[in-house]
Ligand binder design. Structure first.
Ligand code: SAM
Length: 432
């Protein structure tokens, strides 16, 4: 049977054999001609210097490995294969950074200990992979723990997704029908994760993402369950990152402004995983502590359990309440917490069906205090142009004014997206 590994042999030994063979032939041919031999020796010295320089370049090139450097499913020990699968785990995402698909350069500067901790690799697993590369299938590009830990994760970024998928399926063929033991189960579990991570955000498994905002000390960590049953609030959307950064910057700029300090009640609508509300609360706490402020982050019942968990994980549960506020039935929320108005309302990406503009404007009308401000960020999705127009018309019809509007570009899981920010308040000239 054809095995692609037949085409591949550890390169160092072959080269050494070729060089020795060439030197022997040269010496035999020119042993009666000292000039040629001396020139050859000098050339060799020059070549030696050149070779040293080239070695340095090659070292760079040498760090590039490919799929054929991975231990083949047929021969590798289960421990070595499991270690490879764990090394191919995606790095944690920061601010929609695409390290999920592309190799994150920071891995290069991390120590073996840190990489193993992040990827949950035990020292036993790592040594079984090292034994593979030093004793069983010698490979100079992967013969130290550091080379293994920094080079194998890079395979995710070499545009070799299809080849990696072939590698995963070859392992799956081997381990799918095996006896049920711990290591076998682990391999199958990691394999399913690696395969699904390649299937786009909507088919990906659950994940935790970090958000690292300017002017904010706290790094926000958000858990996102895998997206099922159209629960869009289980993913963090690009609008919320843009809005969070703008709000944090505003709080920073206005920190000595009395008006900013007078905010007492804050409400987030359709909070999803909670980035906007959590960022706002973290910045507020950083500037003023958490006294005399009431804050609610709200969404539909299916979303609130995870939202609450994210509030807790970011140590905000002593002053941020996560609860249900359904735009089609706000009465339950009002019964539980009163109908007192809010100084600040935060909303990111709430318009993606024909009913949403009306529901969202109703919520702003119901909950925004007379001198309050609503901060709204929406993506400029081509498909929802009519809904955006409807939103603008409804705001105007209800006596709401857009005091500030600006567009920007930002990231989401699918790449760059254009966004529109609106600062909305009541038209106070009408009430005077
Ligand atoms: C596209 S997601 C945006 C989530 C979050 N704001 C973000 O930007 O990451 C829209 C959110 O609106 C919520 N939503 C939709 N209809 C709602 C309703 N009737 N009442 C309350 N929330 C709703 C969804 O559950 C979801 O969390």
């Amino acid at each position: 049977m054809f095995d692609p590994l037949d085409l591949y042999s550890p390169d160092e030994q072959v080269q050494l054999e070729k060089i020795t063979e060439a030197t022997t032939i040269f010496t035999k041919l020119h042993q009666d001609d000292p000039v040629v031999v001396i020139t050859a020796v000098n050339d060799n010295r020059i070549d030696g210097i050149k070779a040293q320089e080239e070695d340095e370049d090659e070292e760079e090139e040498d760090s590039i490995i490919d799929i054929l450097d991975l231990p083949p499913a047929t021969y590798a020990t289960p421990q070595a294969s499991l270690c490879v699968l764990l090394l191919l785990k995606p790095d944690k995402q920061v601010n929609f950074n695409t390290s999920n698909d592309d190799y994150d350069d920071s891995t290069n500067s991390k120590s073996v200990e840190i990489i193993c901790k992040e990827k949950e690799i035990s020292s036993e697993l790592l040594s079984s992979l090292l034994t593979w590369y030093t004793d069983l299938w010698p490979n100079s590009r992967l013969n130290t723990e550091l080379k293994i830990c920094t080079r194998i994760p890079r395979l995710r970024s070499y545009g070799q997704k299809e080849l990696l998928l072939n590698y995963y399926t070859s392992l799956l063929k081997k381990y799918d029908n095996c006896n049920e033991d711990y290591i076998n189960d682990q391999i199958v579990k990691e394999l399913s994760l690696r395969i699904s991570e390649n299937c786009g955000r909507s088919a990906q498994p659950s994940m935790t993402r970090d958000f690292n905002l300017q002017n904010l000390v706290h790094v926000i960590q958000l858990y996102e369950p895998s997206l099922t049953a159209d629960n869009l609030g289980w993913k963090t959307w690009g609008s919320s990152l843009i809005l969070s950064q703008e709000l944090v910057n505003d709080l920073e700029t206005n920190k000595n402004n009395k008006k900013s300090k007078s905010i007492r009640r804050v409400l987030e609508l359709g909070a999803g995983t909670g980035l906007v509300g959590i960022a706002w609360a973290c910045k507020w706490r950083q500037l003023y502590g958490n006294e005399s402020i009431e804050m609610f982050v709200t969404d539909l019942p299916d979303i609130v359990t995870n939202l609450r968990k994210n509030v807790q994980n970011n140590d905000l549960d002593d002053f941020v309440v996560a609860d249900v506020l359904d735009w089609t039935n706000p009465e339950d929320f009002i019964k539980k917490y009163s109908d007192e108005k809010f100084d600040t309302i935060l909303i990111a990406d709430p318009i993606y069906s024909p009913n949403h503009p009306e529901w969202v404007v109703n919520m702003i009308c119901k909950f925004l205090a007379i001198n309050g401000r609503c901060h709204l960020e929406i993506p400029l999705r081509a498909k929802y142009a009519l809904e955006r127009e409807k939103l603008s018309n409804l705001l105007e019809q209800h006596g709401l004014v857009v005091y500030n509007e600006r567009s920007s570009e930002g990231m989401d899981d699918w790449g760059v997206v254009k966004y529109l920010y609106k600062e909305i308040g009541w038209d106070t000239t009408l009430t005077d």
